[in-house]
Design a protein around this ligand. Structure first.
Ligand code: MUC
Ligand code: MG
Length: 384
């Protein structure tokens, strides 16, 4: 008989960030991860993560809501199911719960991690195999201060860690944002690519003004300038400008992808496993975009190491990933809950070779950073 799902634990973990991270809709001083530990009847444990940005300010699931959904509805529905049949388990969850993609993503990751460990292969092998061993990774400059952002970019360029920088805008006036972005692009010149993410903050008129100026300043990519529901605005902007327009919040799963393709709304798709309800949903979304000739980009919800490596195992199987990735989440937090932090070198994230996700939980760190921990111990030494 195949092993079954024995128990599922959802844990809230709060990790401090290395600096304040300013987005149009939130300033992050810490990141909250929802970590899932799924134990199976054969003793194998799968790990997953559901992480969002700024509570409810990015998506419609909060960390606390994700934990409640898993504890109350999704974990009981999984108990006793065949742990080796990930598609059947996810079909069960999709039958008993609508939406809740982030929570489902964490559980799918944990099931896949467990099954890949059981087979003794990396998760990407279970998905059909990696077509690239490393993934290009950009860095987001979001300190809120122009000179500090330039200094940060220079340090990262010199260390060969990143050569593409995404700027978070939409918080200030269009004029101030454009001045900030142009100053950074002027300082970095042709040594770096510079992209912007507006996180839906502009109306169509502001977007038309802002994008015209950003295009003239040499910016390479404009991410989600207008509200996600306004597909018409996105389509008109994509038709009007040469600089590519990327859909992020407007794109969750394959159904959105079909509508965005039909409306010619975007040149690039930002794929995220959390938005798509897991790795398989992300792969289906990517397939729609790829078939329509849309360039693909590996996005992040600023997950920690677990969610980042889950996404990386999925992204490295994609035949086309024209805009690389932004899988830098583990670098934004001061400390980690795994024994070995992911390797970022020569502008790329290097995937671990071990079975499953290829990571081991650091139990002391997890005990320290979990929200419900009783803080009687001092902070464990920072991970290597
Ligand atoms: C987003 O909206 O793309 C990705 C990088 C970053 O700094 O924030 C995220 C979310
Ligand atoms: Mg975005």
């Amino acid at each position: 008989m195949n092993p079954t799902v024995h128990s599922v634990e959802a844990i809230l973990v709060d990790l401090p960030t290395i600096r304040a991270h300013q987005l149009a809709m939130a300033t992050m001083q810490q990141q909250t991860l929802v970590i899932v530990r799924l134990r199976c009847s054969d003793g194998v444990e799968g790990i997953g993560e559901a992480t969002t940005i700024g509570g409810l300010s990015y998506g419609d699931e909060s960390p606390e809501g994700i934990k409640l959904t898993i504890d109350t509805y999704l974990a009981p529905a999984l108990a006793g199911l065949d742990a080796t049949n990930v598609h059947a388990a996810m079909a069960r969850l999709n039958k008993i719960a609508r939406g809740n993609r982030f929570a489902k993503c964490a559980l799918e990751t944990a099931l896949l991690d467990a099954q890949a460990k059981r087979l003794g292969v990396p998760l990407s092998t279970l998905l059909g195999g990696a077509v690239r061993p490393t993934l290009p990774v950009l860095w987001t400059l979001a300190s809120g201060d122009t000179q500090r952002d330039i200094d940060e970019a220079e340090t990262l360029l010199a260390g060969c860690r990143h050569n593409t920088f995404k700027l978070k805008i939409g918080r200030r006036s269009v004029r101030d944002d454009v001045a900030h972005v142009s100053a950074i692009k002027r300082a970095l010149g042709e040594r770096a690519r510079v992209t912007v993410d507006v996180n839906q903050a502009w109306n169509e008129a502001d977007a038309a003004t802002g994008i015209a100026m950003l295009e003239a300043a040499g910016i390479d990519l404009i991410e989600q300038p207008t509200p996600r529901e306004q597909r018409g605005a996105l389509a008109r902007l994509a038709a009007r400008f040469v600089v590519p327009i990327m859909a992020d919040e407007a794109l969750t799963g394959p159904e959105d992808a079909v509508e965005l393709v039909r409306g010619a709304c975007a040149d690039v798709f930002a794929l995220k496993i959390a938005k798509s309800g897991g790795i398989h949903g992300m792969l289906r979304t990517a397939a729609v975009g790829d078939a329509a000739g849309i360039a693909l980009y590996g996005g992040t919800m600023l997950e920690g190491t677990i969610g980042t490596l889950a996404a990386a195992h999925g992204f490295c199987t994609l035949p086309q990933l024209a805009w690389g990735t932004e899988l830098f989440g583990p670098l934004l937090v001061k400390d980690d809950i795994v024994t070995e932090r992911p390797v970022y070198r020569d502008f790329d994230l290097h995937l671990p070779a071990g079975p499953g996700l290829g990571l081991v939980i650091d139990e002391d760190k997890l005990a320290f950073y979990r929200r419900d921990s009783v803080r009687v111990t001092s902070r464990p030494a920072a991970a290597a």
